[in-house]
Design a protein around this ligand. Sequence first.
Ligand SMILES: [Cu+2]
Length: 305
Amino acid sequence: MFTFLEYILIAFYVAGLLIVSRWIGQQAFSWMPVQATAEAQRVDDLFSFLVSIGAFILLGLVGVIVYAIIFHRARQKDYSEGHSVRGDARIELLWTAVPTLLVLWIAFKGFSIYQQLNILGLQQIVHLHTPVESPAYATVANKPQPATETIDVFVKQWEWSFRYPNNLTSKELHLPVNRSTRLNLHAQDVIHGFYVSAFRLKQDIIPNRNIDIVLTPIRSGKYRLKDSQFSGTYFALMEADVYVEPLDTYNQWLTQTTANEPTQTKDWVVAESIQAHKTFFNSGWQTFIPASPAIAKERKVSNDT
Ligand SMILES: [Cu+2]
C-alpha cells in the first residue's frame, strides 16, 4: 500500500507530532495559578498529560485532513467513489483498539492520581452505600492518612471559621508549609464548597457528613479560599484568607492569637449591603436589593441554629 519512503515520512510526522504535542502539554502548566500544594502538582501533571493527548489527536487529524486536501483532491467531474475501508478488518481493529487502550490509559492515570489526593470523605461516602462490605475492607479503606495536624473547618451562610488543635477559632486559615494537614469539613446548613485555586482541590461540604481532605502546602504565601457552590444569596462573599507559612510563624500565630481577642475580620455581608452603587451608567437590569445591616445580622443569627 505504501512505499518504504512513505513509511519513513509517516514515522517522521508522528515523531514530530509527539514532540510538538508534548511541548503544548508543558505549556499547560503556565495556564494555571501557582502550585501551592503537593496535590496541585499531581493535578497539573494529569492536566498536562490530557492536553498532550488532545493536542496529538487534534494535530494528527488536522494534518491528515490537510494532506488529503492538498494531494488527494478529486479532479473536476470525477464523481467516482474513493477507496472503501468498509469490511477491512485490520482498520476496524485498529480504530477500535487504539481509542480503547487510550481511554483505559487515561482512566488508569486519572484514578491513580485521584487516589494519591487523599480525599478520605469520598471513600467513606461510597462505602456507606456498598451493600456487601466486609468490616476488614472498610477499615482498610477508612484508614486515616498520615497528617501532622487536624483543623476543623466550619462553614455556614455566609462565613468560614477554622478551629485549630489548641481550640483557637479564627476566620483565617493558617497552614504550616511542607506538612500534611487534615481539614475536617463541616457544613452547618446547606452544601458549600471548599476551593482554593492554588491548591487545586475542590471539595463539596455536605451537612451532617464528616468529610476530610489532607493537603500538603509546599509554597508559603497568602491565598484565597472561595465557596465553589452556590449556597445562597451572599455565597460570592464567602471568602477567607489562607496563609501558608513556616512552622514557627504558624506556631507563633497560634499562641499570639490565643493570647489576644478572637480575630475579627470585616463582615462582608454587611459591608456589601451598605455599599453605594459604583456603576457609571444604569443598565436598567433588575438587581437584588440587599437587606439592611440589621436584618442581615438577624438572618445570620437565625441560620446559626
Ligand atoms: Cu457557601
